[in-house]
Design a protein around this ligand. Structure first.
Ligand SMILES: O=C(O)CCC(=O)C(=O)O
Ligand SMILES: [Fe+2]
Length: 260
């Protein structure tokens, strides 16, 4: 495994710098998102793209429909209700165990300094890997026409690394603080206005090599369809706030098509 400073540009993301950590935390609290451009060194990013492309024939492809809340439908509301509106998503995915052992992704994911940095920024005391061999590091592939439809995340925060942008499309759009999950406020009118194009979403402009920290539990977001022959390649780094937690078997079957 490479040294962490061969993969992360520590001048763009000084992991132990208290001032930098505070600035990131304040930004995440204020805006619900932090981007750190140039997080990956360019040589490392290229190596990670090559690794991801080599493994892409073994990706698990899914094409599904879901509502924006990622829950089963509620028939009593009626098929036309925004709660039951079905959204399409399609992508390919590889899992932690498919990332080569010598990959910089394992070096980043496991580095104590990186974990401490993330924990401080998201306001947790510590972060832990998933107990199952699939869920900690995922690489997502979106080829021409593939997209991630509008949704709210179940997790309180997400960590992503864009490895390769498509020629066009693949834009990350979001509508901030659209619901309040903890208060049980689903905001049907607000959601419908975004889905119908009456409320224009915000655009997060992300260059390859950027680290994104995003609070997607109350901010609805999507990734628009890839346009052109270059596949969008994005890494999701997932952590738990408790040790020894595995992703549920149902979720693993849906996302990966297997349990381990
Ligand atoms: O692909 C992205 O940039 C975002 C991914 C996302 O929203 C998710 O995996 O829930
Ligand atoms: Fe999401």
């Amino acid at each position: 495994m490479p040294d962490i400073d061969k993969v992360i540009d520590l001048s763009a993301c000084p992991l132990g710098d208290e001032g930098f950590i505070t600035a990131c935390r304040d930004q995440l609290d204020r805006d619900g998102v932090v981007t750190i451009p140039g997080f990956l060194r360019e040589a490392a990013r290229k190596a990670l793209v090559a690794e991801a492309e080599a493994e892409s024939p073994n990706a698990f492809f899914t094409s599904s429909t879901h509502n924006v809340y990622l829950t089963p439908p509620r028939p009593e509301l009626g098929a036309a209700h925004v709660f039951n509106r079905q959204i399409s998503s399609s992508k390919g995915c590889i899992t932690t165990d498919q990332v080569p052992a010598a990959s910089g992704l394992h070096a980043i994911y496991g580095a104590p300094a990186f974990r401490r940095f993330l924990a401080c920024v998201v306001g947790e005391t510590a972060l832990y890997e998933y107990a199952d061999p699939l869920s900690s590091i995922n690489v997502h592939y979106a080829a021409a026409g593939q997209e991630l439809g509008w949704h709210f995340d179940n997790s309180s925060f997400a960590v992503t690394l864009l490895l390769q942008a498509p020629e066009d499309g693949g834009a990350f759009q979001y509508a901030r603080d659209l619901r309040d999950a903890d208060a049980g406020e689903l905001n049907f009118d607000g959601v419908e206005a975004v889905l119908d194009g009456h409320t224009p979403p915000e655009l997060l402009d992300v260059l390859p090599g950027t680290l994104v920290l995003f609070r997607g539990r109350n901010s609805m977001h999507r990734v628009t369809p890839t346009i052109g022959e270059r596949t969008r390649i994005l890494v999701v780094l997932a952590y738990n706030t408790e040790p020894g937690v595995a992703l549920s078997e149902a979720a693993r079957m849906t996302f990966y098509g297997r349990l381990g």
